[in-house]
Every structure is written in structure tokens, then in C-alpha cells.
Design a protein. Structure first.
Length: 435
């Protein structure tokens, strides 16, 4: 009996609640009736022996892992637990410069020393330069926000050197429905999936897959627990079980439909407009649609006009608009999107001239973050060591990390950026070291 069925059975008992939570199931909203705590019949996430264990085992069978763990703190909690299990304070690890902020938070919390892979050079060539006797392991992201998937050659090279490998595959929980080889699970020690990003579960539901013999199941579970609430949300876990049911029963067929809808949409869009779908990787998730225009246009204005037609994108930047369809999108969704893009009036706008940055690192993250600081404008910070992250969002990847030195190009970029910059105590200003 899995989580969904177990909760349904407990609900049928029509209990009078003298336990948590405080709403006692008497809020009129239907969703509240599924919100339970750990009582007989609902199992316990921190020590699963019943329904939660059965759901975890079903996930493991479906994805081919050695063991799969549920994270109700999203991929963030899963990645922090994985990094805690894999590395010790002072370890040197390799990450992508465009890694999600949760990986940087792990570096700070665990006292790790990062070295960076940049996306404007061949990753394998960089790895061959960076890996040395001090390298403890890697935390890589595949696919990235744009659907680009790392080449198998990279994973093979890492495995041949017996380096610990964690893969942030948050945007790839659906990949095995397309092609088994697109997932990194055959090569990594630990893979983290955000079910809620590309499969039909609720926001914040995720899974951590143990894929090798490098760590024991109990050892990894202990570290995952460190970054989870002791009051796990049963709504999230039930939604994850529901998503798994759909994945198992009709996921393949739904994925075939989605891929056909994406293919037909791309073909018609490029035939009838000056828009095109920009696939950025040699290996590419074809369900991830980054839409650009042959001319330089104002994508912020385009995004607002799409929203006015009830079409919501994932995000936009100066290069295009990102769409994240899933197996729950239907053909009519794509028809409405195509019709809108064919008919909207566009506004010209020049692009910013720079995107890739390599700030000089003066201190490790842990030596600068949360230090006593002074807030100054981006221009005033030029030449100074910063103590905050500057994270244009989305996609949530830092362009500046605590301990690095602000330069003129970065300051100009941050001043001109149109959107939210996360990580700053005060918009338009950044913390610098007093000394």
C-alpha cells in the first residue's frame, strides 16, 4: 500500500483529531483533508516502514536506483543532503559556475572549496585542466535550465577517475520517458530530481536517488534528514505518489504526445514567423523550448503580452523566452501559444553586450559571507570584495559570489539588468568588506 491509498484509508475512518495539525481537517477547502501527521497508517518519513517506504521502493524500481529517498524540502534539501554525505569540510570540489544557488549554499554550510567550469568553453577540456590530486568530487548540473544535457563522454571520464559525482538533475526527472541514456543515473553516485519541475507533483516535492555503492543507504538517509523538516508534508508526498502513478501507467504515451506537440509547434512557428526554438546543447531535451527572434526585440514586453493572453512563461531574458511544457500540457496549449506569437506586435530593443563573467576570487565563500559589511552601489563596489550573492533570477545562478571582487563590466551589467536580482539585502546595492 503506497502513500495515496494509505491516506485515503485513514480519511475513511472519519477520525476526531486530537493530534497535529491544528486545522483538524475542518477547513472547508478539500485539500486540507489530506494534511496529516505521523499516526498509525500514515508512516513516518524519517523512519519509513509502511506506505512511505513502499512509495520510495516504487520510485526506485521505476527509475532504476539502488535506493530512492523523498525530499519534502525540494531539490535544495536533496542536494544539501547529498553534498553533506559526499564531502567533508575543506574538500575541493568542481561545480559549474552557473550552478543553482542551493549548491553555493551547500559550499558555505559545509566549508567546501569550489573550482568552476564555465559554459563558454568545452567542459571536458576544462575538467582535464582542473582535476588534480586535491579534487574530492564534482557537483554537476544536467540538464541545465535550457535543456542542454552533458555529453556521456564527460561522465565516462569522471567515472574512470573514481571521483565522487553528484548530479543536480532537478530539471530532468522526465528524461527517462524520452530516452534512458539522457539521464546521468548510470554514471553518478547520487542524482537529485525535482519531480515538481517536470512531472505532475506539487511544488517542493523531490527525490534523491542513490545510484552507486559508494555510500550506504543509511549513511545517505542520515544526511538527507539534516536538511528536512521533522514534520513532513503529506500533501507533497501524496502528490509525488500521484505523479509516480501517472509516470508508471501512461508516462511513455504522454511523453510521445508531448514530443510530437513540441515538434509540430517548432516547425509551424519557424515556418510562419521570425521566431525560432533555440536548442543550446549537442544533447538536448526537446521538451524545453527557448524561443528567440531573428531581430533584437524586447522580450520583457513580449512576456507581458503573452500573459495578457493567459499564457505564462517560465522566464525571459535578453535572448528569449523559456517555456517548460510537461506531459500534462495538451495540444490546445501549443495552438494558443502559436496563435499568440503569430499575431503579437513586437518592440525592438538592443541587447546587453556581455553575459559571461569570471570575477577574481579574493576569499573563499565561507570567509566572506555573513561578515560585517557596508552597503554601496554597484559602481562604488568596483575593486572591492563583496559579501553577498548577486543572482539574476530566474534562472537563479550567481554572477557574483561572496569573496569575489566586483569589476566594471559586472557593475554595469547589474545596473542595467531588467528583472529581480536575488541575494542582495537592498536592491541596487551590494555588501562589501569593511576592511
Amino acid at each position: 500500500m503506497r502513500i495515496k491509498e494509505a491516506l485515503d484509508r485513514v480519511i475513511e475512518e472519519e477520525l476526531i483529531h486530537f493530534e497535529m495539525p491544528g486545522h483538524k481537517g475542518r477547513i472547508e477547502e478539500e485539500i486540507y483533508k489530506y494534511d496529516y501527521t505521523e499516526i498509525e497508517g500514515t508512516d513516518n518519513l524519517t523512519s519509513p516502514q509502511g506506505a512511505i517506504l513502499e512509495t520510495m521502493e516504487a520510485i526506485s524500481r521505476a527509475f532504476g536506483s539502488k535506493k530512492s529517498f523523498i525530499s519534502i524540502n525540494g531539490s535544495t534539501g536533496g542536494l544539501l543532503g547529498a553534498m553533506s554525505a559526499a564531502f567533508k569540510r575543506g574538500d575541493e570540489i568542481i561545480i559549474m559556475r552557473g550552478a543553482h544557488i542551493s549548491i553555493y549554499d551547500g559550499i558555505y554550510l559545509l566549508g567546501l572549496r569550489p573550482r568552476y567550469l564555465y559554459n563558454d568553453r568545452d567542459y571536458l577540456a576544462q575538467l582535464k585542466e582542473l582535476v588534480n590530486e586535491n579534487t574530492r568530487g564534482l557537483v554537476l548540473t544536467s540538464p541545465d535550465y535550457y535543456g542542454a544535457i552533458l555529453d556521456e563522454e564527460i561522465f565516462q571520464w569522471i567515472r574512470a577517475r573514481d571521483l565522487t559525482l553528484i548530479v543536480d538533475e532537478a530539471h530532468g526527472s522526465h528524461l527517462k520517458l524520452i530516452d534512458e541514456s539522457l539521464s546521468s543515473m548510470a554514471y553518478a553516485d547520487i542524482v537529485v530530481h525535482s519531480f515538481h519541475k517536470t512531472l505532475p507533483s506539487m511544488t517542493q516535492s523531490a527525490v534523491v536517488h542513490l545510484c552507486s555503492e559508494r555510500f550506504s543507504e543509511n549513511y545517505l538517509q542520515k544526511h538527507i534528514k539534516l536538511f528536512q523538516s521533522t514534520s513532513p508534508n503529506y500533501l507533497l508526498m501524496r502528490s509525488l505518489d500521484l505523479a509516480l502513478e501517472i509516470y508508471e501507467s501512461r508516462g511513455k504515451k504522454l511523453m510521445e504526445d508531448l514530443l510530437e506537440n513540441c515538434r509540430a509547434f517548432k516547425e509551424e512557428l519557424e515556418k510562419t514567423t521570425d521566431f525560432y526554438v533555440d536548442y543550446r546543447g549537442k544533447r538536448q531535451d526537446k521538451t524545453r523550448l527557448f524561443i528567440s527572434h531573428k531581430k533584437e526585440i524586447d522580450y520583457g514586453d513580449l512576456d507581458k503580452k503573452l500573459r495578457a493572453r493567459a499564457l505564462q512563461s517560465e522566464f525571459f531574458n535578453q535572448d528569449g523566452i523559456l517555456l517548460m511544457p510537461s506531459i500534462m500540457n495538451i495540444k490546445n496549449d501549443f495552438d494558443k501559444l502559436l496563435e499568440a506569437l503569430q499575431g503579437l506586435e513586437l518592440i525592438d530593443k538592443k541587447k546587453l553586450g556581455y553575459k559571461d563573467f569570471r570575477p577574481v576570487r579574493a576569499l573563499e565563500v565561507g570567509q566572506a559571507f555573513l561578515r560585517q559589511t557596508r552597503l554601496v552601489s554597484f559602481k562604488e563596489a568596483v575593486g572591492r570584495v563583496v559579501t553577498e550573492y548577486a543572482i539574476p533570477y530566474p534562472p537563479g545562478s550567481p554572477v557574483l559570489v561572496p569573496g569575489e571582487i566586483m569589476d566594471k563590466k559586472l557593475a554595469a551589467y547589474l545596473e542595467d539588468f531588467q528583472g529581480e536580482i536575488v541575494g542582495l539585502e537592498r536592491p541596487g546595492y551590494i555588501g562589501i568588506l569593511e576592511d
